[in-house]
Design a protein around this ligand. Structure first.
Ligand code: SF4
Ligand code: SF4
Ligand code: SF4
Length: 428
């Protein structure tokens, strides 16, 4: 099958929708019980949707019947539905009441009647914590994190690639905190070289916590969803049916399917580290047959692990190079935004130095300091900002100073690439 119609040179998706990518995705989906062609076509159109090439209604209508036929349900979100929930104060129950007819028409029918679409029917994913939570844990800590306006909380990261030394401490810390198995690298550090440089470079890759996440748009069950209270893109492990459509639709290759029984049994996982403040099972490693990925540590953000853990992640804590800065991307005073400010000031003063003294400029460690978001041009609105240079299309992965084997990990990159994992332009 060749459906590559994104060949216009101005199309930012042209580099993604290659025949090679499609062949890899076909191989991946053929391992599931679900429709391969539907998964690939939906993934491509979900990426076109976030790139602004098609609209939400068109996307939803195009696949509605096929999704019902394949899964028996179509709970994919559409923006109108999410807005409706937000207008109801984030209270899913209240939103449903608003749609219900006086005569008690079934909620599903009522939602359709009001033009919201079947996509909105599983609303738990968007309900705010406050609305869904009977007994929120450490409410004071959560409130402190959210401070004045809950709508202004969007967790994310600034990662300074110029500071990273490839030690893999973040990789180990994430694995230990989440009980992920060998090769399930929710955090992955690529070491690479550019053609015209001798220096080794690093790309430190987590979930990008996209504000417009294509992975969410293809999920037939709403297992993959964005928490309205803080913008975390999570997977409800109780709801995921393991179709792997999200894995194909994600342009960053950060999803890892849990094939077998997890290496870490449930009784070895802290009770405070599984369910979030809404009571949904979204944290630590997934069970068998369910999709996992970096979560940005919701148990910490919800205060389940103590007030002092709110606003932190395990990978950030482990980084002795101060390369990872987690926090509220909407708050100019947060750690990541203050760090970016500091980098910009240093760059400005370095530019002055460059005028005065070219040698001193060249010696500065941050002399290349630029910032970027991965694949920003395709409209995913990632909430991870990198300081440093973006890998070019000629970047080649090399052995880092510390191997995954050295730290008791398995480097699953080859297998991950076979599954279509994005390497940020880094090739073997
Ligand atoms: S694998 Fe799970 S989370 Fe991903 S699209 Fe399928 S049901 Fe949704
Ligand atoms: S990077 Fe994360 S949020 Fe963005 S599409 Fe991939 S899995 Fe979804
Ligand atoms: S933010 Fe949390 S889940 Fe994501 S890579 Fe870091 S430790 Fe792992």
């Amino acid at each position: 099958m060749s459906t590559d119609d994104s060949t216009h040179t101005d199309d930012p998706l042209a580099a993604l929708h290659t025949d090679e990518w499609e062949a890899e995705m076909e191989e991946l989906l053929e391992e599931t019980d679900h429709d391969t062609e539907l998964g690939i076509e939906m993934a491509k159109d979900a990426q076109r949707l976030v790139a602004g090439q098609i609209d939400e209604e068109e996307f939803h209508a195009k696949y509605h019947e096929a999704v019902i036929d394949e899964f028996g349900v179509d709970d994919r979100p559409i923006d109108d539905a999410i807005d409706t929930v937000k207008e109801a104060g984030g209270d899913a129950a209240a939103a449903l009441e608003a749609f219900e007819d006086d005569d008690g028409t079934d909620r599903r029918d009522a939602m359709k009647k009001f033009g919201v679409g079947a996509a909105a029917l599983s609303l738990a994913g968007w309900a705010t914590a406050d609305a869904m939570d009977d007994e929120p844990q450490d409410q004071a800590a959560v409130a402190a994190a959210q401070e004045d306006d809950e709508d202004d909380l969007q967790w994310g990261m600034v990662i300074d690639l110029d500071k990273c030394d490839g030690c893999l401490a973040c990789v180990v810390a994430c694995e230990q905190e989440n009980g992920t198995g060998d090769g399930e690298n929710w955090m992955y550090v690529f070491a690479y070289e550019e053609e015209d440089q001798d220096d080794m470079n690093y790309l430190v890759r987590t979930c990008q916590m996209c504000s417009d996440a294509p992975c969410e748009k293809v999920c037939p069950t709403t297992a993959r969803h964005t928490r309205s209270s803080d913008g975390l893109v999570l997977t409800d492990y109780d709801v995921c049916i393991g179709c792997r459509y999200c894995q194909v639709a994600c342009p960053y290759g950060v999803n890892y399917f849990q094939w077998g029984e997890p290496e870490t049994p449930m009784d070895e996982i802290d009770d405070n580290h599984t369910h979030d403040k809404r009571g949904q099972w979204v944290d630590s490693r997934p069970p068998r047959g369910v999709m996992g990925k970096c979560t940005m540590c919701p148990s910490r953000q919800d205060g389940n692990m103590g007030d002092d853990m709110v606003g932190t992640t395990a990978c950030e804590d482990a980084c002795s190079m101060d390369a990872i800065h987690f926090g509220n991307m909407e708050d100019p005073d947060s750690d990541p935004n203050q760090y970016l400010e500091q980098v910009r000031e240093e760059r400005a003063s370095a530019n002055e130095l460059q005028d005065d003294d070219a040698d001193e400029w060249a010696d500065r460690p941050d002399h290349t300091a630029s910032t970027f978001r991965l694949l920003e041009e395709i409209g995913t609105k990632p909430n991870v900002v990198f300081v440093g240079n973006e890998p070019s299309s000629d970047a080649e992965q090399v052995e880092g100073p510390v191997s995954y084997e050295d730290v008791g990990q398995v480097d699953n990159r080859k297998e991950a690439l076979d599954d279509g994992t994005f390497a940020g332009g880094v090739t073997e």
